[in-house]
Structures are given as C-alpha cells and as structure tokens.
Design a protein. Structure first.
Length: 258
C-alpha cells in the first residue's frame, strides 16, 4: 500500500487533473487505485461523476464519525475507487483545530486499511490551503507530487511548498519523497521554456522529466465526467500521463504492480 498526495497552494496548476489522470493511469496498469478528494470544492469526485450527496458518505464522514475509509469508497467507471468530498469538509479546521491528533486522523484511518489494501495505491487530491486538511494529507502520504504550471508564480509557490516540507521533516522524522511536475507546458513558448529551465535549476533530480503539455482534451474531459483515457485515449494528454507513470515506476517512486 502506498499513498501519494497531489499538492500545491496555487490554483490552476493541474492539481486535480493530475490526481484524476495519474489515478486512471495506475488503474489501467493493474494497480488497485483509490482516490481521496480532500478538497471541499469536490472537483476530483465530480470529474469522475461521483459526488458526496451527504457529508457522512464522503471523506467528511471519516473526520466527523470515524467511518472506515473502505466504507466510503465508490467505484467510478474508469476503474478508480473514489472517496468523494463534500462542502462540509470546509468545517474541519474550525471543528478540530491543528493539534497532532487532528492532523493525523487520515494517517490513522489509512493504516487501518493496510490489512485490506496491500498493493493498492491511494492518491489524495489535496485542499490547496495549508491547513488541517492538507496537513492530514502530508502526514499520511509516502510521497508528494507538486504540479507546477508553466508560469513564474507557480515556481514560487512550489518553492514555498518545499520550505513547508522541510520545516515539517523534524516532526515527521523523515523526508517525504517528492516530485515536481511541470504542467500546461507548451515548448513553443519562450516563457514556458524559461520556467522549465528555472525548475531544473531549482529542483534538480526532484523535477519530473515528463512534462504535461497544454492540451484541450485534458481541459474538456472533466466536463464530460471522464478521465483523459475515457475521453480522448489517443490524445497528447493521455500519452503524457502514461509517460509520467512509466517514469515514476522506473525511478521506484511508484512500486511495480503485482
């Protein structure tokens, strides 16, 4: 069982797109894949056609009622298990505060799933605000992918995330494995090439070699409530997420299936 968090504090960087389509790529490659929508905006679940109609049947049910995660999983047509979000999730910060027990709840719940989920991959679409929800994801995950859109502000946001992770390492007593992923990339644009160069200098071997190209099909697929593989399986977007998974497996960021 492994847990990957997809996190960036800046919006519009392809966070949910990456959570959705990396999950789909994993499922297509034989992994039992479960996606957790930890963002009250609930875009991850919505993009798969699965919504939490009631708070207790969403990830909020784990926080509010200690419901086991396996009871909350619903199967999407893509083969991904989804634990949807709900707007009530926005109450978590106010209700539970930032004590250790509060920010370790998802970690505790995931550990309880290990006897039921060996070999599975859990992908968390994080809340873009650094609060109780995103800290729950950081404390629970084995690794983090930070999507960076091809613009200068996104690079600065990723640098801030690196500082946050470094500050948490003494508490976690470990270094969280991480990869920075350039998204919405157009090699024809000078700014995009400049951002790629900056990212290579800033993040070195932690930067994915794969870039996710700007692609209309990737933007369209959530509107159809489909992954890129269901919506446009031969598109550049589908090829890019296949290449990303191959890279992550080759570098043992993701263990091989089976």
């Amino acid at each position: 069982m492994s847990v990957i968090a997809i996190f960036n504090q800046k919006g519009g960087v392809g966070k949910t797109t990456t959570a959705l389509n990396l999950s789909a790529a994993l499922a297509r490659s034989g992994y039992r894949t479960v996606g957790i929508d930890l963002d009250p905006q609930a875009q991850f679940g919505s993009a798969t056609g699965i919504s939490g109609h009631h708070g207790e049947d969403s990830i909020y049910g784990m926080f509010q009622h200690d419901r086991p995660l396996r009871e909350l999983v619903r199967e999407a047509s893509s083969g991904i298990g989804i634990i949807p979000s709900h707007p009530e999730l926005s109450k978590v910060d106010a209700l539970y505060g930032k004590g250790y027990k509060s920010i370790n709840r998802l970690n505790t719940a995931l550990k309880a799933e290990k006897p039921h989920g060996d070999g599975s991959v859990w992908v968390i679409d994080c809340n873009p605000v650094l609060g109780v929800l995103s800290l729950n994801a950081i404390f629970a995950c084995d690794s983090i992918i930070v999507p960076i859109s091809a613009d200068y502000l996104s690079i600065n946001g990723a640098i801030q995330i690196r500082k946050t992770l470094q500050a948490l390492e003494p508490v976690l007593k470990r270094r969280i494995e991480r990869r920075y992923l350039l998204t919405r990339f157009d090699s024809r644009q000078r700014m995009d090439r400049d951002v790629l160069r900056m990212a290579e200098e800033e993040f070195g071997p932690d930067l994915c070699r794969t870039c996710i190209a700007e692609n209309v099909s990737l933007a369209e697929s959530p509107l159809e409530k489909k992954t890129i593989y269901e919506h446009a399986p031969h598109s550049q977007g589908a090829q890019d997420y296949d290449a990303l998974l191959e890279e992550l497996i080759a570098e043992k960021f993701v263990a091989r299936a089976g």
